[in-house]
Design a protein around this ligand. Structure first.
Ligand SMILES: C=C(O[C@@H]1C=C(C(=O)O)C=C[C@H]1O)C(=O)O
Length: 327
């Protein structure tokens, strides 16, 4: 089930059997769910039935949210991890790496109730809830598009740099945020050029995502439908969720993060659908895995040479509020 940013319609795609349709080539039409790495399968929900859901079925409700304290040990562990990354960056191993962590929170809500609360709280996000009996159940409200293809135009975005919103104030972006966002823009631009797409860049703008501000550049250009799968494979994972150089960042994450991201920082959405073979994919962020009586929340942030470990910890705390608010 999902709703696109700014739209009111909630779509549902039902697959009637429990088959796991792997599709590493991204050449089939359906709803694709891709992991961050290779630890989980990339698969498609192949539609037996599409439906538009009505609001009462989803039980939309506003919630107050809970903000449980986290242990000093966890804060210290994460700060030490960030510190290790900053050292590696200063030694020249990498330019940027995105680190992350998971936190478990008990919940009395069903996945459907959480999805309803997500819909009510985040009208400008890509809100979704998916379930596959072999793989699990995830809910999220992503602010980040990975790729949109429609009518011969392809667009993507470089979304990075985070500040927690302060009411009545304008965001005051520092060099660290501007640089880390610029790194992502340049990288995406290079990927699109390599893929044969001449993309125009928007100005850098501030966008709101729940309780947060981000910096965003939109990149768009003409493309053919045949290019879509190749561009998705080339873009993922972008330095908004992994790092630069890609291999070094991936290795650093694999060796140091200490847990498996599974579908967090993967991507999901409709692929080659409808008469226009439209594609609309989002990065799986501000999300959780639903584990019955608990929600496993995933949060991270980009680390550069100027990162301050305590501030990076606070950034993950701020990001966790997106999901904590709806539990
Ligand atoms: C990694 C996350 O978010 C990503 C990292 C950002 C950052 O480092 O500032 C901003 C937006 C996202 O591209 C997350 O939400 O967990």
């Amino acid at each position: 089930m999902f709703r696109y940013p700014g739209e009111s319609v909630v779509k549902a795609i039902y697959q009637e059997d429990r088959q796991l349709h792997r599709s590493d080539n991204l050449d089939r039409s359906g709803f694709v769910i891709g992991p961050y790495g290779t630890e989980m399968p990339l698969f498609m929900i192949l539609s037996d039935r599409d439906e538009i859901l009505s609001i009462p079925e989803i039980r939309v409700s506003e919630t107050e949210g809970v903000y449980p304290p986290e242990s000093a040990e966890e804060a210290a562990r994460y700060a030490a991890l960030v510190d290790r990354a900053v050292q590696a960056i200063r030694e020249g191993t990498m330019q940027k790496v995105v680190l992350s962590r998971q936190l478990d929170v008990t919940t009395g809500k069903t996945a459907l109730e959480i999805f309803g609360a997500v819909l009510a709280a985040y009208p400008s996000a890509f809100c979704y809830c998916w379930y596959h009996p072999e793989v699990g159940c995830w809910v999220g409200a992503s602010p980040e598009s990975l790729l949109h293809y429609s009518g011969g135009m392809l667009s993507t975005m470089a979304l990075a740099g985070t500040l927690e919103k302060k009411s009545g104030k304008e965001p005051s972006w520092g060099t660290k945020e501007r640089e880390e966002q610029q790194i992502v823009t340049n990288y995406i631009s290079e990927v699109l050029t390599r893929e044969g797409i001449s993309a125009a860049r928007s100005e850098v703008e501030t966008v709101e995502a729940g309780n947060l501000w981000h910096l965003r550049t939109t990149l768009s250009g003409k493309a053919s439908e045949e290019q879509v799968s190749s561009v998705v494979k080339a873009l993922h994972p972008t330095p908004a969720v992994c790092g630069i150089p890609l291999q070094q960042a991936r290795d650093f994450i694999g060796l140091n993060e200490g847990y498996s991201r599974r579908y967090y920082t993967g991507f999901l959405g409709e692929l080659h659908r409808g008469k226009g073979r439209e594609t609309r994919l989002f990065v799986n962020l501000r999300c959780m895995e639903y584990l019955g009586d608990k929600a496993r929340i995933f949060v991270g942030g980009g680390i550069t040479a100027n990162s301050i470990p305590a501030a990076e910890w606070e950034e993950t705390r701020a990001k966790s509020k997106t999901i904590l608010k709806v539990l």
